[in-house]
Every structure is written in structure tokens, then in C-alpha cells.
Design a protein around this ligand. Structure first.
Ligand code: FAD
Length: 456
């Protein structure tokens, strides 16, 4: 046996790095086994590179359309190499920050691939480390569509964000959060974009009204959007990719598959350690993230629920506290916000209107367009809206949906209100600073009972 630790975390992504820091804060001798870079896929290949690339798309678009705002610019152009360098730099900075946090909290980083032994310890290469508890946080890997393999001009989301050259055209398969973000960035870089979704709306997890507004803006921006059309007959010709969708033929420089992901459990040796999985391959856990092996916990993309970094982080806190025997409380799965950083942004928490209807709730809706409040016009953010879904029994907010340039920040207010069990009646009396887009939240709450000041 090499060294022994109270807690060993396998995987240093947002779930794992946060779990390790929390375990160390609770006085536990802690190690993280990470085979690649601190911060995991989120910081190095997914959320952070995607948002860095989207930020540049915003700046580019703002520069191009700034004349109407009184700023004349000439010669605005995208510098692809400089953007790629910044993308790498941002990830490197944040990954270095995670490594520094580990050092500051006296978390040992064991570099290498970790797997469980039969008795629930951790093997890395030839060494076995004894563990009081193990937290599995190895995340997920991209899945292609049936009959298609990644390679050449058929790329996954990281492939899309790290192309060597700015493509003339791309086709994106899957209009969930990642696919919509890729389409939204590339169309603003000047690439010809086709966005194809098998289901009948883009952003299928979002409220239909939100998806409708985003689709309208996407089309206005020049994205060809196709829904209800599975992609088939994919062929990489070497110079381009040909495919069919919904009876049409398509061709693009690159085909981006932004569909599903699968839990990354291949190296973990789960069966030997008696860690059970569900039918979809995810690790079965209870509300404290404990697996069927009482010594082993699992978090993040490895377990049920949406694949989101902030969900992974919170599960990391719960698992570390439970592993340390400290008081904790389970993640409330109904209060995990969704956030898509396309233009316009979409953010939501809780039930869509369709889900409220399906559940047979007696519900009401409060809705306000961002253009109705002053800030919408000042900041040129008029297209979106705030929509609240209310259970009429006690006025509980059961769903909140925002479309707009700041939606992903604004959703925090609704998550807080719902977590603190505030109803729409309280929200309708809380003062919001003027002029801010958040005033649309206030008036959406008032709109439930028909007294929004700025109702159109
Ligand atoms: C393109 C894209 C954009 C996204 N954008 C967002 C966003 O904006 N907001 C959001 O909340 N979510 C976003 N997500 C989802 C988010 O990236 C994941 O939910 C999150 O990364 C999951 O965190 P995790 O800790 O479970 O695992 P990961 O981030 O996947 O990290 C797992 C780590 O484990 C390591 N590892 C794997 N196996 C082993 C092993 N056996 N031994 C040692 N190390 C191992 C890997 O190297 C990796 O570093 C995005 C996803 C994609 C693909």
C-alpha cells in the first residue's frame, strides 16, 4: 500500500475539485486522482472554452453593429489565431487556479488514471492508495449518433471549439445547449451554419415559448434551423461532410455532433468494487451521493440529473460532507438552473408550462417582455421575456424562464426566491434597481394577477 488518505476523489473536474476542497476544509487528509488537467473537462474542453469563444462572438457582433449606438468602427475582423490563443489562456489560468486551491487546502494531486480495487481503495498505475472514502467524479464523454464515428471532419463539441481554421460552413447535429451555443457563435463569426434537431423544437429541455423566440432570432441571424429531422447517411469525403436530414441533402466543411454524452466509467472497475449502475450506465446513488458500496460516492455527469457543472459542484459538497460524517443536505434536483449562453441567452429553473400542465397543476402564468422595461431599450435587449409558472394553491413559483442577453445571471434571483420558498406575491413587492433588466422579473410577478405596471 502506498499512502493512505481519509478521502480520495477520482477526477478533478468541477465536481471533483470542489469535493476535494470541501473534504480538506473539514480536516480530512485528501487526494485527487486526475489523469489530465485540474478543472476537468469543464474548464479545459467544455464550459469555459465555449464561453470564451461566445464572448468574442458578442464583441465582434457589437463592434459590427455599433454605429447605431454612436461608435464608428472600421476594419472590424476576427483574428482566429488570437481567439484560439485567448481560449487556451483562459483555460490555463483557471486550471492553474484550481491547482493553487488544491495546494492551499493541502489536497494532494496524484497524476494518473484511477480505478477502484475490490475493497474500495484506489489504484493508480502500480500503486494502491488506501482510502477511508472514495468520491467518483470522472465526468462524461461525447457520444456520436448511431452509425457515425468521430474523426476527420466529423467532430464533437471540443472539436468544434478548437478547429484550426475558421470554417466556411458547419452543420450542427443536436440543438440542445451545446449545439445552440456552437451555432450561435459560428454564425456571428461569419460561418454558414445549419442547426439540425431530431426533436420538434430547438432547446428541447426549455419552455416552448423560449425556444420559439431563440429560433426566431437564430433565423434572423442567418442560421438555417431544421427541427424534427434526424441526420442520416453521413459521409466524410475528405474535403467536406455530406449527409441527409428530413429528405434534404446537406454538405458542410464540418459536421459537429452535439448530441448525447455517456458517463466515463470505463477505467473505474465498478463491478469488482460492487458499485451498481443504472440501465443508462450512470452510477446509482442515494440523495447523499452514496453508491451501492457504502464507502464509495459518485457525483456530476456520472449520476442522474442534468449534466451541468454547477450541479456537479453542489453534489461534490454533499458527497464530501457525507463522506466526512459532517451535517449536510441533499441537492434539491428541482432547483438546478439550466443556462444556455447562445444569443439571446436562455435560463430556466423548475417546470416548463407544458410540464405543469402534464402534472395536472392548477397553474397561472406571469409574463413580461424585456422591451417593456426601460433597461430593455437602453441595453438593446428587447427580444426576450420573463415567464413565471405559478401553482395557484399557495402562489408557489414552480417554474421560471428567461430569454435575454443577461438571462443566465438573472435566473439566480428566481432560484433564490424558490429555494427560500417565496411566492410570486412576495416577489411582486421586492424592489428592483432601476434601470435594470431585472425589473422585468418584478413586473412578471405582478403580471400573474394582471397588475404589471409595464404590461404591453
Ligand atoms: C461543450 C460543452 C459546454 C458546456 N457548457 C456548460 C456550461 O456552460 N455550464 C454548465 O454548467 N455545464 C456545461 N457543460 C457541462 C459540464 O461540462 C459538465 O456537466 C461538467 O464538466 C461535469 O463535471 P464533472 O466534474 O462531473 O466531470 P468533468 O468536467 O468531465 O471532469 C472529469 C475529470 O475526470 C478525469 N478522469 C476521467 N477518468 C479518470 C480516471 N479514471 N482517473 C483519473 N482522472 C479521470 C478527466 O480527465 C476529467 O478531468 C458543458 C458541456 C459541454 C460538452
Amino acid at each position: 500500500m502506498a499512502e493512505s488518505f481519509d478521502v480520495i476523489v477520482i477526477g478533478g473536474g468541477p465536481g471533483g475539485y470542489v469535493a476535494a476542497i470541501r473534504a480538506a476544509q473539514l480536516g480530512k487528509r485528501t487526494a485527487v486522482v486526475e489523469k489530465d488537467k485540474p478543472g476537468g473537462r469543464c474548464l479545459n474542453y467544455a464550459c469555459i472554452p465555449a464561453k470564451t469563444m461566445l464572448h468574442t462572438a458578442e464583441i465582434l457582433e457589437a463592434a459590427r453593429s455599433s454605429e447605431a449606438l454612436g461608435v464608428k468602427t472600421t476594419g472590424v475582423e476576427l483574428d482566429w489565431q488570437a481567439l484560439a490563443a485567448r481560449r487556451a489562456q483562459v483555460s490555463q489560468t483557471l486550471s492553474g487556479g484550481v491547482q493553487m486551491l488544491w495546494e492551499r487546502n493541502k489536497v494532494t494531486w496524484i497524476e494518473g488514471e484511477g480505478s477502484l480495487t475490490e475493497d474500495g481503495n484506489v489504484r493508480v498505475g502500480d500503486e494502491v492508495y488506501e482510502a477511508g472514502a472514495v468520491i467518483l467524479a470522472t465526468g462524461s464523454v461525447a457520444l456520436p449518433i448511431p452509425g457515425v464515428e468521430f474523426g476527420g471532419r466529423i467532430v464533437d463539441t471540443w472539436g468544434a471549439w478548437s478547429l484550426d481554421e475558421l470554417p466556411r460552413s458547419i452543420a450542427v447535429v443536436g440543438a440542445g445547449a451545446s449545439g445552440s451555443e456552437i451555432a450561435s457563435a459560428y454564425v456571428r463569426y461569419g460561418t454558414e451554419v445549419t442547426l439540425i434537431e431530431m426533436l420538434d423544437q430547438i432547446l428541447p429541455a426549455e419552455d416552448r415559448d423560449c425556444a420559439r423566440v431563440v429560433e426566431r432570432v437564430f433565423k434572423k441571424q442567418g442560421i438555417t434551423v431544421s427541427t424534427g429531422t434526424p441526420v442520416e447517411n453521413v459521409e466524410d469525403t475528405g474535403d467536406s461532410v455530406r449527409f441527409t436530414y428530413g429528405g434534404q441533402e446537406g454538405e458542410a466543411d464540418y459536421l459537429v455532433i452535439a448530441g448525447g454524452r455517456a458517463p466515463d466509467t470505463a477505467a473505474l472497475n465498478l463491478e469488482a468494487a460492487k458499485v451498481e449502475t443504472e440501465e443508462n450506465g450512470k452510477i446509482r446513488v442515494d440523495e447523499y451521493q452514496r453508491t451501492s458500496n457504502q464507502k464509495v460516492f459518485a457525483i456530476g455527469d456520472l449520476v442522474r440529473g442534468p449534466a451541468l457543472a454547477h450541479k456537479a459542484m453542489e453534489e461534490g459538497i454533499v458527497a464530501a460532507e457525507a463522506a466526512a460524517g459532517a451535517p449536510t443536505h441533499p441537492v434539491d434536483v428541482d432547483l438546478i438552473p439550466g443556462a444556455t449562453f447562445c444569443h439571446p441567452q436562455v435560463a430556466s429553473v423548475g417546470l416548463t408550462e407544458a410540464q405543469a400542465k402534464e402534472k395536472g397543476l392548477d397553474y397561472k402564468v406571469g409574463r413580461l417582455k424585456l422591451g417593456a422595461v426601460g433597461a430593455g431599450t437602453v441595453y438593446d435587449d428587447r427580444d426576450g421575456f420573463v415567464k413565471l409558472v405559478i401553482d395557484t394553491t399557495y402562489g408557489e413559483i414552480v417554474g421560471a424562464h428567461i430569454v435575454g442577453n443577461r438571462a443566465c445571471d438573472m435566473i439566480a434571483e428566481l432560484v433564490n426566491t424558490m429555494a427560500l420558498e417565496g411566492g410570486y406575491q412576495e416577489l411582486a413587492r421586492i424592489i428592483h434597481a432601476h434601470p435594470t433588466i431585472s425589473e422585468a422579473v418584478l413586473d412578471a410577478a405582478r403580471a400573474v394577477d394582471g397588475w404589471a405596471t409595464h404590461a404591453a
